[in-house]
Design a protein. Structure first.
Length: 324
């Protein structure tokens, strides 16, 4: 057993070969834990060989699939590692490979982080048509700025001809003013050749609140004032001011199963009092750390649709997803 005596503030590693190392965590990147010891300087330990971790110091921690750092301590109980944040929340770290980065100094504001995911699905709602959809998200963030790009595409073909085409892309900019509150700027472009309006464009700004962003889930909500343009197949168009309410929620249900829901609600201001709702709900069953089976329901609702249009439209797809 390898054991070194250090002051009370020492961090401790329990290795899979039953060795114990005491020292101080400096950082973790690319699966390698940089650990300073009094007997050998800084050593690099492969995270695969760390059975449990306990720290006296608060570390800046980022998990895979997340785009924010959070201050946490690590605790060892019964050979397992638990993470404790500065609000008293405790979460078991059931898989250490989910750690993306550890730092013992505050992250540089100019240190940009890239993350995202991509889903490919096959629709099951429309009979004999061949249907294919994609969706995804890209996050680019430093400590106070967050850039989020979302997209969806949908195609259906019957007898070798394309019937329906749908494209949607949105961009959100978040500027954090503290740990929870952020300023919001948003934009949206959507085209659907089977709907009326055929094209929708929106843009504006407001405020948002990040309730939590933990390894087992996240919740954020924002409210903005938008200008909303709608173009119809008969070359007519309408422009209105609208309130935009956005919600993003994710929750780990079991070790390899998670629930995700994103929705945006537009409420037109003025006499028409129109509600436009767009939601995406999915279940992800993990195959590996980065690959999953994806079941996804897309639902749109318009309480006052144009003539010959339906109030609601939905599609259910299954496929594969990949995250980084």
């Amino acid at each position: 057993m390898l054991l070194a005596a250090l002051p009370v503030s020492a961090d401790t590693l329990w290795l899979t070969n039953n060795d114990i190392i005491r020292g101080q965590v400096k950082e973790m990147t690319d699966g390698e834990l940089h650990f300073t010891t009094p007997w050998g300087g800084t050593v690099e330990v492969d995270l695969r060989y760390v059975r449990a971790l306990e720290t006296e110091q608060l570390l800046w921690v980022r998990m895979k699939g997340q785009n924010t750092f959070r201050l946490m301590k690590f605790d060892q109980k019964g050979g397992k590692t638990w993470m404790l944040d500065n609000q008293g929340n405790e979460t078991e770290l059931d898989d250490k490979q989910k750690l993306a980065r550890l730092l013992n100094n505050e992250p540089d504001e100019e240190q940009w982080l890239f993350s995202g995911h991509f889903n490919v699905g096959f629709d099951t709602e429309r009979g004999d048509e061949d249907e294919f959809s994609t969706s995804g998200q890209v996050n680019v963030q430093d400590r106070v700025n967050r850039n989020i790009i979302n997209w969806k595409t949908y195609y259906s073909r019957e007898d070798g001809r394309t019937n329906d085409r749908e494209f949607k892309i949105s961009y959100d900019y978040n500027r954090f003013v503290d740990e929870h509150w952020y300023l919001l700027g948003n934009s949206l472009w959507q085209y659907d050749n089977s709907e009326s309006p055929e094209e929708t464009v929106a843009g504006g700004g407001g405020m948002g609140y990040q309730f939590w962003d933990r390894p087992d889930g996240a919740l954020k909500m924002d409210l903005a004032l938008n200008s909303l343009w709608e173009n119809y197949p008969n070359d007519s168009n309408e422009q209105h001011m609208a309130l935009r309410w956005g919600v993003n929620y994710s929750q780990k249900l079991w070790d390899n199963l998670s629930f995700h829901q994103d929705w945006v609600l537009f409420r037109r201001l003025g006499g028409k009092k129109q509600w436009l709702l767009d939601t995406t709900t999915s279940l992800r069953l993990s195959i590996t750390d980065n690959l999953w089976f994806n079941l996804q329901l897309d639902f749109d609702y318009d309480n006052k649709p144009a003539e010959d249009s339906y109030r609601s439209d939905h599609s259910f797809s299954f496929g594969l997803g990949y995250g980084w």
